[in-house]
Design a protein around this ligand. Structure first.
Ligand SMILES: Cc1cc2nc3c(=O)[nH]c(=O)nc-3n(C[C@H](O)[C@H](O)[C@H](O)COP(=O)(O)O)c2cc1C
Length: 202
């Protein structure tokens, strides 16, 4: 009985810890998924999301690694012009805003609270389990032109991952750049260039 109570207490403490603090993501599964040609044939934009279903941590881990994780000691799943690696991802989920620390495959809490709907202007945005915010360090990038192109590769990685996993997604250029910059407390050299919603089909 004592052992069971201890286990329950530990589980509750772990959940509190995981929901309130930084989150170490589980190692991504780099072997699964649909064949590439099938994922390409199923890639599409969808703007409807189930409101009541969040992404499990394992799916979030795989998605973020696929999007812009390190697939070699010093390089990532998406290319960048001159290997500047100026693009970083933030995510808005039900319990908070997080920075994706790709090197350590970890989520770092930026702010607690549900800011999903603040990441866009369309009605479905707040329904999506996850909204990805693409932040570019323009002082690192070769140019603004290349920084924008670099975003496209990461977005397509997310599209293909979603096609493979049966998730809905839409990349979005419509968002309030200033509001998001303030929300994330970005320094003047960093800018939000793109957003993308992900979630389960209705
Ligand atoms: C750079 C870019 C910005 C986009 N911005 C939005 C947006 O703000 N809102 C939206 O609903 N769709 C947006 N889209 C999605 C496009 O409307 C969509 O890709 C297009 O209709 C083609 O559909 P498909 O992706 O299914 O091929 C954007 C797409 C791109 C590439």
């Amino acid at each position: 009985m004592k052992k069971l109570s201890f286990l329950i207490l530990m589980t509750v403490m772990m959940n509190v810890f995981l929901s309130a603090q930084d989150i170490q993501l589980p190692a991504p599964d780099k072997t699964g998924g649909k064949p590439l040609m099938q994922a390409l044939s199923e890639r599409k934009t969808t703007r409807e999301f189930r409101q009541d279903k969040d992404l499990p941590l394992t799916t979030l881990s795989n998605l973020l690694w696929a999007a812009n994780g390190f697939n070699r000691p010093d390089k990532r799943t998406a290319p960048t012009a001159n290997n500047r690696q100026e693009l970083e991802l933030y995510i808005a989920v039900r319990d908070g805003l997080y920075f994706y620390d790709a090197k350590n495959h970890k989520l770092k809490l930026v702010k607690k609270g549900d800011y999903r709907k603040n990441t866009g202007m369309q009605d479905f945005v707040g329904d999506a389990s996850l909204n990805v915010i693409f932040v570019s360090d323009l002082s690192k990038a070769t140019s603004r032109h290349f920084a924008l192109i670099d975003c496209g590769f990461v977005s397509q990685n997310i599209y293909l991952f979603c096609a493979s996993e049966g998730l809905n997604t839409v990349v979005r250029g419509s968002f309030d750049k200033d509001e998001l910059g303030k929300l994330l407390n970005l320094p003047s050299n960093q800018e939000v260039l793109l957003t993308q919603s992900v979630g389960y089909p209705k």
